[in-house]
Design a protein around this ligand. Sequence first.
Ligand code: NAD
Ligand code: UGA
Length: 443
Amino acid sequence: MKITVVGAGYVGLVTGACLAEMGNHVVCLDVDTRKIAMLQRGEIPIHEPGLDALVQRNAAAGRLAFTTDAQAAVAHGTLQFIGVGTPPDEDGSADLQYVLAAAANIGRHMTDYKVIVDKSTVPVGTADKVRATVAAALAERGVPMDFAVVSNPEFLKEGAAIDDFMRPDRVVVGSDDERASLLMRAVYAPFMRNHDKLIVMDVRSAEFTKYAANAMLATRISFMNELALLAERVGADIELVRKGIGSDPRIGTHFLYAGAGYGGSCFPKDVKALIRIGEDNGLDLGVLNAVEEANERQKHVLVERVVKRFGEDLTGRTLALWGLAFKPNTDDMREAPSRVVIAELVKRGAAIRAYDPVAMPEARRVLEGVAGVEFVDSQAAALQGADALLIVTEWKEFRNPDFEMIKATLKQPVVFDGRNLYEPALMKAFGLEYVGIGRGTAP
Ligand code: NAD
Ligand code: UGA
């Protein structure tokens, strides 16, 4: 099939590459000329495991192309996936300007029947706005044309995006149009293997499903973070509690890890957007407000512990920091808890020696102008001259480090572990003072 993907970011690029892998002919359109030039040279603008090989292979086979030419891109695809950003507005609601600009472009340039697929995360009712925008552009041209708008929210996780797209738990399609539903079924059939995981529903329910899923996952994390704080006070170990409750299939094992708070480009913004949708509809979403508040508090927990151990004034202290990305296997720094940790430590006079396996260039960019942060190129280098170590992202290479070297290098052998990577008893055996989250080890 011929497919156009509007927006070549995390979602658009992965969608385009995975659809091309199944034999479709895909054109990715973006307004970012630098990004498109990189992609045309075979360079991948983001770190996502497996994406470079997938893009290069499909581009070489002539099934995946990149352009800034809106007219040519819109003319290409029967299906037009919109995967542009929906960042939070000042009031927390989703800013739809990029989605509607993409829709207007489609209306301006389409020459035959199109199925317009909203893949971006958008509030309920957006498909109607997209439909109205396309219709207005067509009316301006005076060329009536048939088109459908469907909702197809994306559930991939960064760092595992290819696998999530290739082997989805489910694909949600919101469609009120039979022809469009048939085309969507055909596009996703190769990803279904033996089980039909395509759930077709009305457009509004599909739009809502995406926010509901992210809000549910964020709620689990905030709840576990709150339980972790309580576990410390009552002398329980949240890691054992996690195993104890996760074995109940009604609860499940995933997304129960207490830590330094959730970050990334989606949970924070989608929780805010859903709260706002509630307000717009006269409902105070108390649970979700609490989820957000708990997460804001959680991003400060590591710093509170450093302050408790070393005092409010951290002038003259140097702290090693491992992990900058908002999660492992990505270089994405959007809403990364490390940003709050660094800002709070630097504010108190500390110097930071930071290391991340892949996010350092991006971290340098987003933290430009923040004084007191030095980026170093290894775990060991971060420890040089440092009083203590903070771990903010659970990269695999941090899981079994050289504990003797950590002990020998740190001035005060304290490890503040924001991701509960180590066993407190083992740390003690290595002579390290260990502070986890909810493990009975808080100072
Ligand atoms: P992103 O910022 O990485 O990419 C968006 C791209 O769209 C950018 O390259 C931008 O230049 C381009 N763009 C903006 N306006 C355009 C226009 N009018 N025409 C063409 N290109 C345009 O964003 P993302 O992380 O891929 O997220 C996109 C959407 O998908 C958001 O709604 C997000 O909530 C949702 N989502 C993201 C993820 C994720 O893991 N990142 C997962 C599921 C859903
Ligand atoms: C999340 C969802 O998992 C995806 O299904 C969704 O498509 C995506 O948002 C989106 O809408 O963009 P992502 O943000 O890429 O994916 O990454 P997650 O693995 O969900 O992690 C989000 C944050 O939660 C990270 O900061 C992570 O450290 C934190 N987290 C996750 C925890 O603190 N504890 C956990 O148990 C799991």
